[in-house]
Design a protein around this ligand. Sequence first.
Ligand code: 6GU
Length: 227
Amino acid sequence: MRIDILTLFPEILESPLNYSILKRAKEKGLLQIFLHNIRDYAMNKHKQADDYAFGGGAGMVMMVEPIDLCISRLTAERHYDEILYLTPDGEKFTQRMANYLATKTHIMMLCGHYKGVDQRVRDHFITREVSVGDYVLSGGEIAASVIVDCAGRLIPGVLSDETSALMDSFQDNLLAPPVYTRPASYKGWKVPDVLLSGHATKIDEWRHQQSLERTRKLRPDLLEEEE
Ligand code: 6GU
């Protein structure tokens, strides 16, 4: 999968996508991430990529031309399965959407800043508008890193069998069960006997039961959701 991210602040994204699972995904050649500084496509003499809003009001709006130039250069080179705009008024990002994105080969992401982008960008280039939750971030970069991290680890071949995503919270609308490691007793705090029993079926049943209980207690809303 190739992901192109358009941003006014590429530095924000340089670190978070270069560790742990995503680092390995890149090293294995399963994930490529390209950062594009929208300011590099600003044609006027001040390299200006944002301007005051027509009609007045506080805050700057990201200009259509530099974004058009950047997107058009990329789409001339390859077809993009989705061109996402990251914005708090977008569709809420979910594990389901991550699963979907992980099956794609070329994705573009546009990070909004300030008051956002000129509406004509949204009207003419964007295929999907995505939010990571009902709160406002100062820009789309952190949201982009959430989405890339989440989808990137689901690309086939990235996770080994032991770290399989099938066991993740949310993958089946259930929270993950509790986990333990050595020692089996610490300060008298004991690991549940069943996990030490070596009885695989019983362990699976216990974990499923724990998942259900946790979900009922902490996130009953997940059990009511439609699949
Ligand atoms: Cl995608 N962008 C911003 N700026 N804030 C957000 C968001 C995105 N998702 C939730 N809050």
